[in-house]
Design a protein around this ligand. Structure first.
Ligand code: GLU
Length: 307
């Protein structure tokens, strides 16, 4: 499966957009989708839609259908069928077993409560302090619960090719740490599923929101353990409201429904998303395909990273 992905990469650019179906896409998500689509299409590339639906309790009924309908309405067409992570659990399980057998994972019994108690007063502990790294925990039915499984991450810099202004580099031990790849409740963690998918789906370029920049270190580390070069990454700025806060899927007014209620149609919304980056004048109306035709890759990159 991973080998098939690597040969897909030889065919050229393959990008992806990977929303979680936790609600309707807001205009920030839509703008990221548009940028990812433009980046792929301007390079004659393929663009996949992956649905990150592993975290079942957070999924909202009907969200997948809405995401699909909203992207279609905006003319952001993807190649092949949407790829659901929930259909790929067998693949993640076999990769986890292989990593475990090769000694790259260790069981961890630290509860979230314990980690929260020792963390800084504001916010969760960023990097796991490695309490369970030296082993010695015999896991069996007597524990009454399962361990999580953590990546035994080597110290040293983790580098990746990054198209945003911030260089792609994190220090493994101090800034990434031994992340969880399989949660104690059995759920496959985001970093594992994402790394496996980038490789098995043959993704060459990941364009996604800036909030995921710090996640890249762990994902690139897993990709390296799986024996494949990481894709290249472009982390794009998030759309922030007037107070500088990021938009939330919980705020329905920020989604397409709110925009449609305000009278916007597809070309109006593409104009709004593109104008927010200075790609077109305010109040422009154009389709995604027309926007693509009038842009070049250097123009796109320069507009997004204009100081
Ligand atoms: N599913 C993640 C989200 O919606 C994005 C994953 C990714 O692009 O790597 O935030």
């Amino acid at each position: 499966m991973l080998a098939a992905g690597l040969s897909l990469r030889q065919r050229g650019y393959r990008g992806r957009f990977a929303p979680s179906p936790t609600g309707a896409l807001h205009r920030g998500n839509l703008r990221t989708a548009l940028l990812s689509w433009l980046h792929a299409r301007l390079q004659g590339g393929e663009w996949l839609l992956r649905i990150d639906d592993l975290d079942r309790p957070r999924n909202r009924p009907g969200a997948v259908q809405r995401i699909v309908a909203d992207l279609r309405w905006l003319g952001l067409d993807w190649d092949g069928p949407p790829r659901l992570q929930s259909d790929r659990r067998g693949l993640y399980a076999s990769v986890l077993s292989a990593l475990r057998r090769a000694g790259h994972l260790y069981p961890c019994g630290c509860s979230r409560r314990l980690l929260a108690d020792i963390s800084a007063p504001h916010g969760a502990l960023a990097v796991y302090p490695g309490f369970c790294r030296q082993g010695g925990i015999g896991w069996g039915p007597q524990q009454g619960r399962l361990p999580s499984w953590r990546l035994r991450l080597a110290a040293g810099p983790i580098r990746w090719q990054e198209e945003s202004a911030r260089p792609g580099c994190l220090e493994g031990a101090a800034e990434v740490g031994d992340v969880v790849l399989r949660r104690a409740d059995g759920m496959v963690a985001y970093h594992l599923a994402t790394a496996v998918d980038e490789l098995s789906l043959g993704i060459t370029t990941v364009v996604r929101g800036d909030d995921l920049w710090a996640s890249t270190g762990a994902q690139v580390a897993v990709e390296a353990l799986l024996g494949a070069p990481a894709p290249s990454y472009w982390h794009v700025p998030l759309w922030r409201d007037a107070q500088g806060l990021r938009l939330s899927k919980r705020d329905a007014a920020e989604g397409l429904e709110g925009l449609r209620e305000g009278g916007a149609d597809g070309p109006g919304v593409i104009g709004l998303l593109a104008a927010s980056l200075g790609l077109v004048p305010e109040a422009s109306r154009l389709s995604a395909a027309e926007l693509c035709q009038q842009l070049t890759l250097p123009l796109l990159m320069a507009a997004v990273h204009r100081p």
